[in-house]
Write a protein that binds this ligand. Structure first.
Ligand code: IPE
Ligand code: IPE
Ligand code: MG
Length: 240
């Protein structure tokens, strides 16, 4: 049963994107290794996906691993990849039960083959689900996505006539094709930057920053972000 009360007196953003930051700092503060923060962070993702669905959010996109995160120590990269591996497998039954449709965005071609396979299975098995759309950004970079989109457009012969190149041509070749742009972007743990996330799609999104680290993010904080969103006036360059 969805919490419909939530939608009665306030606007619920259709699409929420999250830069889940601060796993490492959160763990270090507790005298634990950074990877402990990532494990805890993965649990929070599962909970927030359920909360978002209950609140009535239709699309949730989370930044799990950037094109720049490969520059971290090999042990941390390995731990993150193993966590993603486990997630793809363990979430299959849950997504089926909760009617979640999963799409991984980013360049999957360089990921380990077994990980690519479990991503494919998860995407395929959930493709017909009609509930919340859950996008996970893995080896994702906004610039890389735009470069790959232009390449794809060229391969499909869509760039031959310069006069016909428009927003829809490029947007339709992005990894997020068919998904509305985020209404709200949340970044945790104090940093106020995009870090190469959804450069194209965030053109008119509202931003919400919190000092809470990702492992301590919860439904209450998500509600706070939605409340803040409700106090924003979106003008899209026009006048009110
Ligand atoms: C976010 O937490 C998760 C990933 C980037 C994979 P961080 O690992 O960036 O944690 P901090 O920012 O170093 O604390
Ligand atoms: C952004 O966080 C990437 C993810 C959350 C996956 P980072 O921790 O990598 O970003 P910077 O280095 O602080 O910009
Ligand atoms: Mg970080």
């Amino acid at each position: 049963m969805k919490d419909r009360n939530a939608t009665q007196d306030r606007k619920i953003p259709v699409h929420v994107a999250i830069i889940m930051d601060g796993n490492g700092r959160w763990a270090k503060r507790r005298g634990m290794p950074r990877t402990f923060g990532h494990t805890q962070g993965a649990k929070v993702v599962e909970q927030i996906l359920e909360d978002a669905d209950e609140i009535g959010i239709q699309y949730l996109t989370v930044y799990a691993f950037s094109t720049e995160n490969w520059s971290r120590p090999e042990t941390e990269v390995k731990a993150l990849m193993n966590l993603l591996r486990r997630y793809m497998k363990s979430s299959l039954a849950k997504c089926a039960k909760n009617n979640v449709r999963v799409r991984v965005i980013g360049d999957k071609s360089v990921l380990a083959e077994d990980l690519q396979e479990s991503i494919e299975v998860l995407e395929r098995e959930t493709a017909a689900n009609t509930g919340i759309g859950f996008q996970i950004a893995i080896n994702y970079g906004g610039r890389d996505e735009i470069v790959r989109a232009v390449r794809r457009a060229a391969q499909q012969g869509l760039l031959q006539d310069p006069d016909r190149i428009d927003d829809d041509v490029i947007g339709g070749c992005l990894d997020t094709a068919g998904i509305p742009d985020p209404d709200l972007l949340i970044r945790t743990c104090g940093e106020q930057r995009i870090s190469n996330f959804l450069l194209w799609q965030l053109a008119y999104s509202e931003f919400y920053f919190t000092d809470k680290a990702w492992p301590e993010f919860d439904r209450e904080e998500l509600e706070r972000a939605i409340d803040a969103f409700n106090h924003r006036e979106r003008r899209y360059g026009g006048l009110k």
